[in-house]
Write a protein that binds this ligand. Structure first.
Ligand code: ADP
Ligand code: BMX
Ligand code: ZN
Length: 292
C-alpha cells in the first residue's frame, strides 16, 4: 500500500510494508491545479506497482471527496474527487481520511491502543485535531469531529480580531497555526516573516516573537481545557511542525498552569512525530482496504 499525507504546506509519501513506512519522501504542496496534477504524476512514477492508496488529507472528507473547512489553506481543491484521482493515477482502490484524525489513530495504535480517550492536535499550516473516544476514531457524520482549530478562541490574535477562512471570528487557527504566526509577526514587525523565523526570534530574545508564541500557547491551553471539560480526555498528543518545534510544548504546559487543575489535561509530544498521519492512515486503511 502507498500512504500519503497531504497538508497545506507539504505532501509526504511512503510505502506501507508490514505496518512500517519505507521509502518516505516529501514534496512542497503544489499551489495550483496544474502543478498538483504534475506532482501527482511524479509521485505515481516514484512509487510504481502500488495496489492500494490511502491518503490523510487536510480538510473534510467522506472518504472519497475533499472539501475545505478553511478554503484559504488549499483554495483550488474544494469539492475535489481526490480519491478518484488517486485511483486513476495508480489504477487501484483508494481511501481518504482527515489528516489530524489519521494522526490521532496513529498515536492510539502506536501506544498499544491506549489511552482510550485521546486528542491529537496539530499546529501546522492550520490547526487540526482528531479524537479517539472509548478506543474508536470519532470522525463525525460530516467528518468535522475533532476540528479544534475552529473553536472560537476567547483571545484575539495580536494583530487584532481576525475572520478565519471557515467564517468564524478568532478561531484557534487564527492565533496558533504556522500561517497565523507568520501573519501576526509580519504585520507587527512590518516585514515578511515565516513561522520558523518567529521561533528563531523567540529563542534569540525578541519580545514580539515571545509575546506571539505566549499568546498562541495560551490559546492552545484554553482550547485543550475546553476539550477536556467536554470530553474528559485521558491525554493530548501534540504534533505538526509548529507543535513539534523546540519550546512549543513547554510554552503550552506553562500556559496550562493558569487553568484550574481539573482542566489541565496531560499533554505530550506525538510519539510518531511527523509520521503520525502516514502511520495512522496506514493502520486505518489496512483495516478497510486490506494491507498488501
Ligand atoms: P502541513 O501543514 O503541510 O502538514 P507542517 O506540519 O510542516 O505541514 O506545517 C507547516 C507549517 O509549519 C508552516 O507554517 C511552516 O512555516 C511551519 N514550520 C515548518 N517547520 C517549522 C519549524 N522548524 N519551526 C516552526 N515552524 C515550522
Ligand atoms: C484546517 C483544516 C483541517 C486540518 C487542519 C490541519 C482545511 C483545508 N483544513 O483546520 O481539516 O486538519 O487545518 O491541516 O480546511 P494542516 O494542513 O495544517 O496539516
Ligand atoms: Zn476557523
Amino acid at each position: 500500500m502507498l500512504v500519503l499525507d497531504i497538508g497545506g504546506t507539504k505532501l509526504a509519501a511512503a510505502r506501507w510494508v508490514g505496518g512500517r513506512l519505507q521509502d518516505r519522501r516529501q514534496w512542497p504542496m503544489p499551489p495550483t491545479p496544474e502543478t498538483w496534477r504534475q506532482t501527482l504524476a511524479l509521485i505515481a512514477t516514484t512509487y510504481p506497482g502500488v495496489s492500494r492508496v490511502a491518503a490523510a488529507v487536510t480538510g473534510l472528507t467522506d472518504g472519497r471527496v475533499w472539501t475545505a473547512v478553511n478554503p484559504q489553506l488549499i483554495s483550488f481543491w474544494d469539492g475535489y474527487a481526490l480519491a478518484d484521482a488517486l485511483t486513476q493515477a495508480w489504477q487501484c482502490p483508494s481511501i481518504l481520511l482527515n489528516d489530524a484524525q489519521a494522526a490521532a489513530w496513529g498515536e492510539f495504535v502506536a501506544s498499544d491502543r491506549q489511552p482510550a480517550n485521546l486528542l491529537f492536535i496539530t499546529l501546522s499550516t492550520g490547526v487540526g485535531g482528531g479524537l479517539v473516544l472509548d478506543g474508536q476514531l470519532r470522525s463525525g457524520i460530516s467528518g468535522l469531529a475533532g476540528h479544534i482549530g475552529h473553536v472560537s478562541s476567547g483571545l484575539a490574535p495580536l494583530d487584532g480580531d481576525t475572520r478565519c477562512g471557515c467564517g468564524r471570528l478568532n478561531c484557534l487557527e487564527t492565533l496558533a497555526s504556522g500561517t497565523a504566526l507568520a501573519r501576526q509577526a509580519s504585520r507587527l514587525l512590518g516585514r515578511p516573516l515565516d513561522a520558523e523565523s518567529v521561533f528563531a526570534g523567540w529563542h534569540a530574545g525578541d519580545p514580539v516573537c515571545r509575546r506571539l508564541l505566549e499568546r498562541a500557547a495560551q490559546a492552545v491551553a484554553q482550547a485543550l481545557g475546553d476539550a477536556h471539560a467536554l470530553l474528559d480526555l485521558d491525554e493530548v498528543r501534540l504534533g505538526g511542525s509548529v507543535g513539534l518545534a523546540p519550546g512549543m510544548i513547554d510554552a503550552v504546559r506553562q500556559a496550562q498552569q493558569a487553568l484550574p487543575a481539573r482542566f489541565r489535561v496531560a499533554l505530550s509530544l506525538a510519539r510518531l512525530g511527523a509520521d503520525a498521519g502516514l502511520m495512522g492512515v496506514g493502520h486505518w486503511a489496512s483495516d478497510r482496504l486490506g494491507a498488501p
